[in-house]
Write a protein that binds this ligand. Structure first.
Ligand SMILES: C[C@@](CO)(OP(=O)(O)O)[C@H](O)COP(=O)(O)OP(=O)(O)OC[C@H]1O[C@@H](n2ccc(N)nc2=O)[C@H](O)[C@@H]1O
Ligand SMILES: Nc1ncnc2c1ncn2[C@@H]1O[C@H](COP(=O)(O)OP(=O)(O)O)[C@@H](O)[C@H]1O
Length: 322
């Protein structure tokens, strides 16, 4: 237990906004003994948001709204539910809260909408209950909830190592303008990592040189980091990288078409976001990002498109009415 909660002058309702992400790079190690893969993940927070409202309540409950919110579980398997329980257990109180998730990040799209809900719920419950848990501990709790839950607390652009939860902020100049091609058939994160393992095993069987988990290089690519520092969008586009992309494309071959269409439409770079199936296409400007989105729509290769700007802040309290 970290300490007693404050009483008196606590809000009846708190709204927290947390961003979704795109992985500018996702380098993945061979699977470790714990079943997880070490990663070097260059996360960028983008202007698609989850707004989580926490209300005082008896017991714990969740509702959700927004596109595809019918796919979101409203029980103890929801990351926001687990976040509320984890924080309450940390300070030894009952998780008395109703959480409403207004979803703006595509569901099961590899853009960490659920993780953003987990991060937002931690922050919202902290403010609602006055737990006073220090921020470094909140980041640790986020890491316990999932590999991608700490990043939406931090936002901006950061390099995640370990399972992706150990974050180092990255220096970035300027904004990046994204078009995202969305498909409604989600890809499970575990399935994408599983196919990645199968592909490595097959490569080893063919006699190809496959690094062991110990030999694996855990530094982000210098070209990508230099391009980010210089505000060089073309350089960023040229060095987007995702080691899960081939695995996710095997699971959902239609993604290859989406990548081709975005490339042919003149994107500075294209990449599957995380485990997918969202395809991220980098534009030169907001108008160019709109053109890329229009090209994906016109080709009929996506179910929906959305544009967003990269490098936005992490989770923050929007309102604290008394
Ligand atoms: C691939 C990435 C890229 O940012 O995200 P998504 O694209 O799914 O959003 C992340 O690595 C996903 O992070 P997150 O979605 O939080 O993963 P978790 O809930 O912790 O784990 C789900 C499952 O993915 C696998 N997993 C996850 C992270 C990791 N470093 N190695 C793994 O092998 C494990 O099989 C695990 O059971
Ligand atoms: N708060 C949540 N929002 C969305 N999905 C959630 C949430 N909590 C748990 N899930 C489950 O996690 C899966 C992946 O969710 P999501 O975070 O949207 O995508 P991804 O992991 O691809 O970034 C969903 O299909 C759903 O079953």
């Amino acid at each position: 237990m970290t300490g007693a909660t404050r009483t008196g002058d606590l809000p009846a309702r708190v709204v927290v906004r947390a961003p979704g992400k795109v992985n500018l790079a996702l380098q993945v190690s061979p699977v470790g003994d714990d079943g997880y893969h070490r990663v070097v993940s260059v996360f960028q927070a983008v202007s698609l948001y989850e707004d989580v409202t926490a209300h005082r309540s008896d017991g714990l409950s969740i509702t959700a709204s927004g596109p595809q919110s019918e796919l979101v579980p409203l029980d103890a398997s929801n990351i926001a539910w687990r976040a509320a329980e984890l924080l309450a257990a940390e300070v030894g109180i009952e998780p008395d809260v109703h959480l409403h998730l207004a979803k703006g990040v595509p569901v099961a799209g590899g853009m960490a909408g659920g993780s953003a809900d987990g991060a937002a719920a931690l922050l919202a419950c902290d403010a609602l209950w006055g737990t006073g848990v220090p921020r470094p501990r909140l980041l640790e709790l986020a890491g316990e909830l999932g590999a991608d839950v700490a990043f939406p607390l931090v936002g901006h652009t950061a390099v995640g190592t370990g399972r992706g939860e150990l974050l180092t902020p990255a220096l970035v100049r300027g904004e990046l303008h994204w078009a995202f091609g969305l498909r409604h058939t989600g890809i499970s994160t575990a399935a994408s990592y599983g196919r990645f393992d199968e592909r490595l095993a097959a490569a080893a069987e063919r006699g190809e040189d496959v690094p062991t988990a110990e030999q694996w290089d855990d530094e982000p690519g210098v070209e990508l980091m230099a391009a980010l520092r210089a505000g060089d969008a073309e350089g960023v586009g040229a060095h987007l990288r995702n080691d899960l992309e081939a695995a996710s494309c095997e699971l959902e071959p239609a993604l290859l078409e989406v990548l081709d269409v975005a490339r042919a439409a003149g994107a500075l770079g294209v990449v599957v976001s995380g485990s997918g199936p969202t395809v991220a296409a980098l534009g030169r400007s907001p108008r160019h990002a709109l053109a890329l989105a229009a090209a994906m729509t016109a080709a009929g290769v996506v179910d929906d498109v959305v544009t967003a700007t990269g490098n936005v802040p992490g989770a923050r309290v929007l309102t604290l009415p008394t």
